[in-house]
Design a protein around this ligand. Structure first.
Ligand code: HEM
Length: 477
């Protein structure tokens, strides 16, 4: 009786699975118009309650541990891919400690060494790749960005030894592992199907590669760099327990997988957006010349902060093309929704969709327009955020560092609360470096010269451009 309104559907069990799955943002928008910020629909037989807007984001993403659970939803998918005893295959308190360990390796000092590594990977990638020979051409961009993302992430986060293995065996193994991350596996994760067998073999083989590397480093008694593996090898749980080797290996897999889909989708969108707005690509080039000098010296971490438009490109692209459109939580006990008569029962799943507030005209004038300049001061399209929203106000520590207490901001591409992303700064460094280097080398436009942008593929867990997604490139002199 006190449940939120139910989205009408003619089909039992299937419910709105199809209309949701085809275009989640449109589904949220249409039903918000009909039912308000909170409503329930049937997703694969499960009552799924969506709560959009800033209050909905806060209600779900800052839900208490006794009320909501992420691992109850995600573990079937992630545990076979990452391996045991990490992330969602352990109590939440352990995940909080693991996030703290992983975050220690993602500091300013680390980023200073990552920028030249990433910049060199970008330069050599475009020099070597057969599809970028000559002075101009047309290319399907997402597969290129997927490769570039894994090369730059593995080299910076996991070191040269592991990076070099991506030219050989590791690329195929990670591809097989990735097959475990399909939406269908929410139901078929357990089945002895060809793709699941490949997934399991790949998980074991990759974990062994990392564990062998750990053993070699320990035997050598030293490590060349203080990278992610080094930090994890030197971390201790409360009570002084060292992190076991298999957990280090599984965290290394989890980090690469978490970053891969989100960053490669985002970089593809950025390249496609730039192709749709060659004028912005020229603004970016000019920004670098003015801030860094006409000779464009080797890029450093410090340089990135001198390039506000380069930063805004990522911010604006994540506003419109956030790779994670739905965040789910299981309901552990009946949850009254403050300010309403509703109580969410335990047989519902909660769904947060922060993309809805990020495209709400209440906060973002002309919300559907990709306009990176809107993040500049006093631009006519500057976001309308109250001070507390802009500041993300009070902070709280869930065990892995300070994060904002409420999810008051309408702009949350990296989530909020105890499950918030720890890879945000790394992703920004990686994406800003890639964009800055690409802008130095190329001019892009759409093959037909138009300003249009391709649609979104929502079929996999992380949304990305529909393929083929082609751009026309031309080398700068
Ligand atoms: C969590 C987005 C890159 C590691 C999250 C969440 C979001 C997100 C929305 C919250 C998920 C939830 O509440 O269920 C993004 C975006 C990225 C990005 C948009 C890039 C553009 C990365 C990278 C890494 C990473 C590069 C690793 C270096 C993680 C981890 C979590 C997380 C470990 C925590 C999961 C949890 O506590 O349950 N990310 N992410 N992410 N992300 Fe990212």
């Amino acid at each position: 009786p006190n449940e939120p309104p139910m989205v009408f559907s003619w089909f039992p069990v299937v419910g709105s699975t199809i209309t949701y799955g085809m275009d989640p943002p449109r589904f949220f928008q249409e039903n918000r118009a009909k039912y308000g910020d909170i409503f329930t629909f049937i997703l694969l037989g499960k009552k799924t309650t969506v709560y959009v807007g800033t209050q909905g984001n806060d209600f779900i993403l800052n839900g208490k541990l006794k009320d909501v659970s992420a691992e109850d939803i995600y573990s079937v998918l992630t545990t076979p891919v990452f391996g045991k005893d990490v992330v969602y295959d352990c109590p939440n308190s352990k995940l909080m400690e693991q996030k703290k360990f992983m975050k220690i390796a993602l500091t300013t000092q680390a980023f200073q060494s990552y920028v030249p590594i990433i910049a060199d990977e970008v330069t050599s990638y475009f020099k070597k790749n057969a599809d970028f020979k000559g002075t101009s051409g047309i290319v399907d961009i997402p597969s290129k960005m997927a490769q570039l993302t894994i090369f730059t992430a593995s080299h910076s986060l996991q070191g040269k030894e592991i990076r070099n293995k991506f030219d050989e065996s590791l690329a195929d193994l990670y591809h097989d592992l990735d097959m475990g991350f399909s939406a269908i596996n929410f139901m078929l994760h357990w089945a002895p199907l060809p793709w699941n067998n490949k997934r399991d073999h790949a998980q074991q083989t990759i974990a062994k590669i990392y564990m062998d590397t750990i053993k070699e480093r320990r035997a050598a008694g030293k490590s060349d760099s203080q990278d992610m593996m080094w930090h994890l090898m030197n971390s201790e749980y409360k009570g002084g327990v060292r992190v076991p080797d298999h957990e280090i290996a599984h965290m290394m897999i989890a980090l690469l997988m978490a970053g891969q889909h989100s960053s490669s989708s985002t970089s593809s969108w950025i390249m496609l957006r730039l192709a749709s707005r060659p004028d912005i690509m020229e603004d970016l080039y000019r920004e670098q010349v003015e801030a860094l000098g006409a000779d464009l010296p080797p890029l450093t971490y410090e340089d990135l902060s001198k390039l506000p438009l380069n930063q805004a490109i990522i911010k604006e692209t994540l506003r419109l093309n956030a790779p994670i459109h739905s965040i789910m939580r299981a309901v552990k006990q009946p949850m009254p929704v403050p300010g309403t008569k509703y109580v969410i029962p335990t047989d519902h799943v909660l769904l947060a969709a922060a993309g809805v507030s990020a495209t709400d005209p209440q906060y973002f004038p002309e919300p559907d327009l990709w306009e990176p300049h809107r993040w500049e001061k006093d631009h006519p399209l500057t976001p309308r955020l109250s001070k507390s929203e802009a500041d993300e106000e009070e902070k709280i520590d869930y065990g892995y560092g300070l994060v904002s207490k409420g999810a008051q901001s309408p702009y949350l591409p990296f989530g909020a609360g105890r499950h918030r992303c720890i890879g945000e700064q790394f992703a920004n460094v990686q994406l800003q470096t890639i964009v800055a280097m690409v802008v130095r080398m190329f001019k892009f436009r759409n093959p037909d010269g138009s300003n249009t942008v391709i649609g979104t593929d929502y079929a996999s867990l992380f949304s990305r451009p529909l393929e083929p997604a082609k751009i026309y490139w031309e080398k700068r002199n």
